[in-house]
Structures are given as structure tokens and as C-alpha cells.
Design a protein around this ligand. Structure first.
Ligand code: ZN
Length: 802
């Protein structure tokens, strides 16, 4: 009996650990697979993570970085062959990267700062729910005057944060010819849902402004502008409403908001439910029992945690008798493992023996599966212990654990496919909290300005607008409630050996690496097909994930979509295809010179809109095809849309660096800046997204055929000649040099090099050059028909070389 005292009989309850982001780099991972005879190792400690700026000295090190699947952010730059990129890493990873010559230049954001954002959001949410009880805040939606044949009216629409309560009353006050007047607003409720308060009243003189006061103390005021006045010359737009987001929203909130908009604006909005439900914000329940690698047993429930897995408990019991044998008993949801002992009563059961016994017992294996720790031989003797399994999920019960239906908000006066489609989609990467706000702010602006803003009305009347606020809702819920840094979805494709609770934050598929064009499965760089815990794990196959399938479905179902914006954060980038290159640094085919020119021209419109909000400049060094300004991203969704669907597809990286006057340096804003900054980013990139709608609108109205000219044209030359083309607008030139009729199959004028102008054709013998130009809207020069052979009204010049 005395001897037994040597064994520390601690009752261990090990539940989910945080940290350990990229356990594949953890040295413990490889050594733990050691066979019997090697010394037992302690369990790896959970590590904190941070965003650091890495200095990558050369191309080899850069390739290594991409190959290792380090969790890179989207902020990168290259100077004289030295690549600098922000990455989310643990101290173990930093040590490993050093061995490849990669250094940490700067620590930008720590885990502590990230956690502060979660706390900030909780405070905002609490304040908001508290508002309905004691006080409210008011927003004037519109304050207009209009005059008909016989009377002038004042019309006011306002919204109270406490408007859901019928007891909240709003009073408007204004002045007519020096006399103060006031009136109470009516409450607009539809199908039990509060929409807004409103008032229409005849006035003897037009008031300059109106003041609102609520019974709960909220106040607001607004200038009174003329209804339908914005389009009249000399009557500038004065009542464009914006600013509809006041805290970071999780996907449950986002989609509730979307549904409310559809209820409020039934004539302008449809909600599209996409057919591929996500796997759900749910996990199997687990426990890890044991204090070292060789003595640990990992048990995983068969049922999801919330469907019974969390009720399961496991106990390893010392029988306190000699020569006892290993036995399994199951009572209800409790698995009792009675451990084997030797002739002196010492426990002899090893982790491996316990694992095998549990898995062999039909009652126990109906509830759980057991494994040794990360493939360890499990030769260590286990101790008595007990644990309750848990899925470790911390979101409140109001966040559904069921598969999630991702939705698109479809906005337009004509939502029947007859108008050009435009698509904005956000939060493929869960931790990018600002990105969904861009889509919600955009939706609100389109709907709430529609009635009185001419430009908005033009866009909504002439376009078919699709907005997907959160492509990856499961991962997003996880980032709000469990692990700030979650990038991927929540689906675990790791083998049981890598599925202990310590690696739970590294599971999942990178949705922006799961698509089928230029994918890692086809040998493109920037994603992993083999490492299930890599930050850029591409999944088990192309388009394996429901989140990726939904985008494909949306594009298939709506062939009218011509433009798309894939919204990410951070770094302040504006990019387009190609988005990936292979091991030889050969990119996917580059757009033609004409398409590239169109991308740049559109950039000008979109980036100007962004700048209009608070002066943010998206730098020229961060504008262009993805591999020219960032890094290869195999299997990204924008490439899919461009190459498979012919959609002009851009990527936004919201969150441009801020200039720090004190340090005279650009400063990274991170994935989850303070809401004050996040709000500004949402506002300016909503400007940018609406800028893309303007590009789409202008293109839809472009019926002008391009014209083109070869320089030089026909003539006699004494030596080789470089021929270039001038076009009246961005247009693709299709040409032949052999005298044949030019078609869409003919060669195109491409760029002469990365970030260079269109190529010149070198003509060194007498040649007849035949060509035609096509603009981005599909207008063909001179109405030439490259398909039918009826007319040969293409361009032609002959260069005679002597
Ligand atoms: Zn991203």
C-alpha cells in the first residue's frame, strides 16, 4: 500500500485548450510519435499568438513560407527582393521560421489586444440592449418638404433604437415664420415589426431644420431638404444618409438585419437562401485524460456536443485490489474504465491498452472513440482520473448549433435577371470583422437613399445587386466567441491522431483556397492540400466546402452577374486576376492589355470613391493583379469568377495602413481594429463598393463601339517595325498576321510585361495585319461579326518591309 503513494492520484479534468495554432510545426508533434523506449514528454503548452511583421530575405525563403502554410495576413510588401509580410504566429513558429532565415521585424498586434476587441463589442451590445430600458438614440432618416398643386408639406421619417416599444413616442419641433410648432410622429409597424416613425403635416413656410425628441430622452436634428430636389440643377444632393453600423456584428445578427431590410423594403429586396448549408457552429465533445504524451488518452464523442456529447463522462478507476483486469462498464452516459493492477496492486494499464479496450467495447464505442495522444505509442501507465467531455463552444445558446443557411441580399427594382448583376461578398475569412459591415452599410445606403437620391435610384433601378454579408458564418461565430484568430471554416478534416482538443483552433478549410481554378491540387502555390492544420488548408478536394459551393451556385444561377468584389481585410489593397502562380512562378493567364486597361480605369473610379470618405489612398503599390502586389493564393474565389464565369472580379483588402506622424511610419490596423477605426473602414469601403456599382452602371450604358488604329499603319519600311495600337477606350485587340480573318480565337494584344503597357508587334517581313477591337461591355468595333462570315469589316493594314 505504501508503494502506491508514489503514484500521484490526481483527478485530472482536461478540457479544450486554446492556442497551439499550428501544431504541425511544434517539435512535440514529430517526437511524440516515437516508439516505446523513448522518454515520455510533457504535453505542449498552449501558446499565445500575435501578428508580427516577418522579414523574408529572398525568394527561396518566401516559397518556403508559402509551402509551410504559415498563417499569413493579406498585408505584404517587397523591397529590393526582401519580402515583408504580416503573419499570425506562435513563439514556436517564430523559432522555426528563424531556421529558414526569416526574422521578426516588428510585433504589431498581440493576443491581448485582440481579446480587448471582444470585450469592446460585448460592452457595445450591452449598452444597446440597455438603451431600450432607459434611453434611446434617434436617427433622422429623412426630413423633406414638397409642394403639390395646393399645399406645401413637411415630411419626417425617424428611427428610435427603442422604437420596438409602442410606448416610445417621438415629437418633432420646427419653426414657421418665427412661430415654434410641434407634432408627434406616427409609429410605422408592419406585421408586428417596428419600421420607423413618420409625420406628414402642411406648413405655411418651409422650416430650415427640424428637431426630434423622444419620450426616452433621445434627440436628433436635421436640415429640411426638398423631396425630389437632388436631380435639379443648382440643387445639390444634401440628404444622402449613411452610417448604419455601430458595432461589429456576428453572422446571426447580420442575417437578422438582412431579413429586416427585406421586410421593410419588399419592393426592392429579396433574400436568397443558398442551397448548401454550412456544417454548423458545432463540434464533437472531447476530453484529454493524462498528464504526459505517453500516458494521455483522447476521447471524442460520436454525437455533437450539444446533441448529447457534452453529457458524456469518462472515469479511469483504480480498483484498489491486486491482480485486477482492465474492464469497461457503461452506465447511461458514463464510461467507467476499471484499470488493471499487478500482484501488489499497482496500476499496469497503459494508455494504448485503455484506448483499445474502450474502442473494443460495444457500449463504450457507441458513445465515444478513444485515441492515444497525436499518434503516440501510448506505453505510459495511466493514472486514475475523471473527465466530462465538452465541445468547448462558448457562444450563448442564442447562436444556433445547426447547419447555417448562408443568404444573399438581392437589391434592385428589377430582380429578374434582366439587369446587369453585381456581387459583393465578405468574410470568407472569419476573423475579418470589418468586411461584413461593408456589405450591410452598402445595403442600407442603397435602400434608404433610394426614394430621394437620384444617383442611388439610378443604380437600384438599373442593376441587380447581390450582397453576401458573411460567406463563412460558422468560422465567424467561432471568431466572435471562441478564438479571435479563426480564419477558416470549422470543419475538421484531420485524422484522429491530429484531433486532440489542443489542435482545435487549427482545424478547418480556407474558403479562399478551396476553389477550382489555379488550385493547390493543380500545383499552384499558396495553399496546402496535405496539412489539415495549415492556415491555408485547401480542403480534401476542390470546391469541397458548402461555403465555396454557394458562391459557385450563385454565379451559375445568375449569369447576369458581370462584376464581383471579394471583400477581405487588412492592408488596403485593390487587386484582380491572376491570383496564383505555380512552382515556376508561371501565373494563370493574364488579362489582355485591353482588359487590364479596363481594370485600371475602373480602379480609378472605385479608389476615388474610397478616398472621398476620409482621404484614404489605396497605394499604387497595392493596386494590381494579386501576384504583382501580394503573393500567390491558389484556388481563390475571384480567380474562379474571372476565369470560369467571365466576371470582372476584384479583391478588396479593407483597412489601409495609417500613417503614424510620431514614428513617421505606416502602421497596420489589423483584422479587428477598435470599432472607431473599423467603422471608418466600413464607411470608406462601402463608398468603394458603390463605386463598383457605378462602374457596372456606366458599363451597362456603354453602347459606344470602340475604334482602334495601328501605329504605324500601312506603308513601306526599310527595316523591322514595332506596331502598337491606339484605342478610343479600354479594349481588347484580336489580330492575325497571316492574312486570315480575325476571330475571338485569334491572338490578343497582351501586356508587354508585369505592370507595363500593351505589347508592340514586331513586324520584320512584309505582313498584312488584320484586327478588331472589343470593349469591356462587349461592343465590337464597326459592328464586325467575328463569328459569322458575312462581312469582312475588320481593320487591315499592310506593312511592306524592304
Ligand atoms: Zn481574407
Amino acid at each position: 500500500m505504501k508503494k502506491r503513494q508514489k503514484w500521484k492520484r490526481n483527478l485530472m479534468v482536461m478540457t479544450a485548450m486554446t492556442g497551439l495554432g499550428f501544431s504541425v510545426f511544434n517539435p512535440d508533434f514529430s517526437t511524440s510519435a516515437s516508439a516505446a523506449g523513448q522518454p515520455d514528454l510533457p504535453l505542449p503548452k498552449a501558446e499565445s499568438f500575435s501578428i508580427v511583421q516577418l522579414e523574408v530575405p529572398n525568394q527561396n525563403a518566401k516559397d518556403k513560407l508559402l509551402e509551410l502554410g504559415i498563417d499569413l495576413t493579406h498585408r505584404a510588401s517587397e523591397n529590393n527582393g526582401v519580402f515583408e509580410v504580416d503573419a499570425v504566429v506562435t513563439p514556436t513558429e517564430i523559432a522555426m521560421l528563424k531556421t529558414f532565415g526569416i526574422k521578426v521585424k516588428d510585433t504589431l498586434i498581440t493576443e491581448k489586444q485582440w481579446n480587448a476587441r471582444t470585450a469592446e463589442r460585448q460592452t457595445a451590445l450591452q449598452q444597446e440592449s440597455g438603451l431600450t430600458a432607459s434611453e434611446d438614440s434617434l436617427k433622422v432618416l429623412r426630413a423633406n418638404h414638397y409642394t403639390n398643386q395646393s399645399e406645401t408639406f413637411l415630411y419626417i421619417e425617424a428611427k428610435s433604437t427603442a422604437g420596438a416599444s409602442a410606448s416610445t413616442a417621438l415629437t418633432a419641433t420646427w419653426t414657421e415664420n418665427g412661430v415654434e410648432k410641434s407634432a408627434t410622429l406616427s409609429r410605422k409597424v408592419d406585421a408586428g415589426e417596428y419600421l420607423y416613425h413618420y409625420l406628414e403635416v402642411p406648413v405655411s413656410a418651409i422650416p430650415a431644420s427640424v428637431k426630434l425628441e423622444s419620450s426616452l430622452g433621445g434627440t436628433a436634428s436635421s436640415a429640411v431638404t426638398e423631396w425630389l430636389g437632388a436631380d435639379k440643377p443648382g440643387n445639390p444632393q444634401t440628404h444622402y444618409v449613411k452610417d448604419f453600423v455601430d458595432h461589429y456584428m456576428d453572422p446571426t445578427e447580420l442575417y437578422e438585419r438582412a431579413e429586416k431590410l427585406a421586410e421593410e423594403f419588399p419592393d426592392l429586396v429579396d433574400i436568397i437562401e443558398m442551397p448548401n448549408k454550412t456544417n454548423g457552429y458545432r463540434r464533437l465533445a472531447q476530453a484529454q485524460i493524462g498528464s504526459t504524451q505517453a500516458t494521455s488518452v483522447v476521447v471524442t464523442s460520436k454525437a455533437w456536443g450539444h446533441e448529447g456529447g457534452n453529457d458524456i463522462s469518462v472515469e479511469f478507476k483504480d480498483p484498489k485490489s491486486n491482480d485486477s483486469s482492465l474492464k469497461i462498464n457503461v452506465e447511461g452516459k458514463k464510461v467507467l474504465v476499471t484499470l488493471a493492477t499487478d500482484s501488489s496492486g499497482l496500476i499496469t494499464s497503459t494508455a494504448k491498452q485503455v484506448v483499445d479496450a474502450i474502442n473494443a467495447d460495444s457500449s463504450a464505442s457507441a458513445l465515444i472513440t478513444a485515441n492515444t495522444y497525436r499518434g503516440n505509442a501510448g506505453t505510459g501507465t495511466v493514472s486514475s482520473a475523471a473527465a466530462t467531455l465538452t465541445d468547448g463552444l462558448k457562444a450563448p445558446a442564442s447562436i444556433s448549433r445547426d447547419p447555417f443557411t448562408v443568404k444573399a441580399i438581392r437589391i434592385g427594382k428589377h430582380r429578374d435577371g434582366s439587369k446587369p448583376g453585381v456581387l459583393g461578398y465578405a468574410q470568407e475569412h472569419a476573423r475579418e470583422w470589418v468586411t461584413p459591415l461593408v456589405t450591410i452599410e452598402t445595403a442600407e445606403r442603397l435602400l434608404r437613399n433610394y426614394a430621394h437620391d437620384g444617383e442611388t435610384k439610378r443604380l437600384v433601378d438599373n442593376l441587380d445587386i447581390f450582397l453576401v454579408p458573411s460567406v463563412n458564418p460558422d468560422g465567424a461565430h467561432y471568431t466572435f466567441y471562441d478564438y479571435n484568430m479563426q480564419r477558416k471554416n470549422m470543419t475538421n478534416y484531420c485524422a484522429p491522431a491530429q484531433s486532440d482538443p489542443g489542435s482545435r483552433n487549427s482545424w478547418g478549410v480556407d474558403i479562399n483556397r478551396n476553389h477550382s481554378v489555379g488550385s493547390a491540387f493543380d500545383g499552384f502555390i499558396g495553399a496546402s492540400t496535405t496539412n489539415c492544420t495549415s492556415g491555408t488548408y485547401a480542403g480534401p478536394a476542390e470546391t469541397s466546402e458548402p461555403e465555396a459551393k454557394n458562391l459557385v451556385w450563385l454565379a451559375d444561377k445568375n449569369p447576369n452577374i458581370k462584376f464581383a468584389m471579394n471583400i477581405h481585410s487588412y492592408g488596403g489593397y485593390f487587386m484582380w486576376s491572376p491570383g496564383a502562380y505555380d512552382a515556376n512562378r508561371t501565373t494563370l493567364p493574364r488579362p489582355s492589355a485591353g482588359e487590364e486597361a479596363f481594370y485600371w480605369a475602373a480602379s480609378d473610379t472605385i479608389l476615388n470613391e474610397i478616398q472621398d470618405y476620409r482621404g484614404t489612398v489605396i497605394l499604387p503599390s497595392r493596386t494590381g493583379p494579386v501576384p504583382d502586389v501580394l503573393y500567390s493564393a491558389a484556388g481563390n474565389s475571384a480567380d474562379y469568377l474571372w476565369y470560369e464565369k467571365g466576371i470582372y472580379a476584384w479583391d478588396f483588402e479593407v483597412g489601409a495602413d495609417l500613417w503614424n506622424k510620431e514614428t513617421q511610419q505606416w502602421q497596420a490596423v489589423g483584422f479587428q481594429p477598435s470599432f472607431e477605426e473599423g467603422h471608418e473602414e466600413a464607411m470608406e469601403f462601402a463608398n468603394g463598393l458603390i463605386g463598383m456599382f457605378k462602374v457596372a452602371y456606366n458599363q451597362s450604358k456603354d453602347h459606344q463601339r470602340p475604334t482602334s488604329q495601328a501605329v504605324p499603319g500601312s506603308g513601306k519600311f526599310t527595316g523591322p517595325v514595332d506596331v502598337t495600337f491606339k484605342t478610343s477606350e479600354p479594349a481588347t485587340i484580336y489580330y492575325t498576321l497571316d492574312g486570315s480573318r480575325p476571330t475571338f480565337e485569334s491572338a490578343k494584344i497582351n501586356l508587354s510585361g508585369v505592370r507595363e503597357d500593351a505589347e508592340a508587334l514586331k513586324i520584320d517581313k512584309t505582313t498584312t495585319l488584320k484586327w478588331f477591337a472589343v470593349d469591356a461591355a462587349g461592343n465590337i468595333e464597326k459592328n464586325y461579326n467575328p463569328i459569322s462570315k458575312e462581312k469582312n469589316n475588320y481593320n487591315s493594314v499592310t506593312l511592306t518591309i524592304k
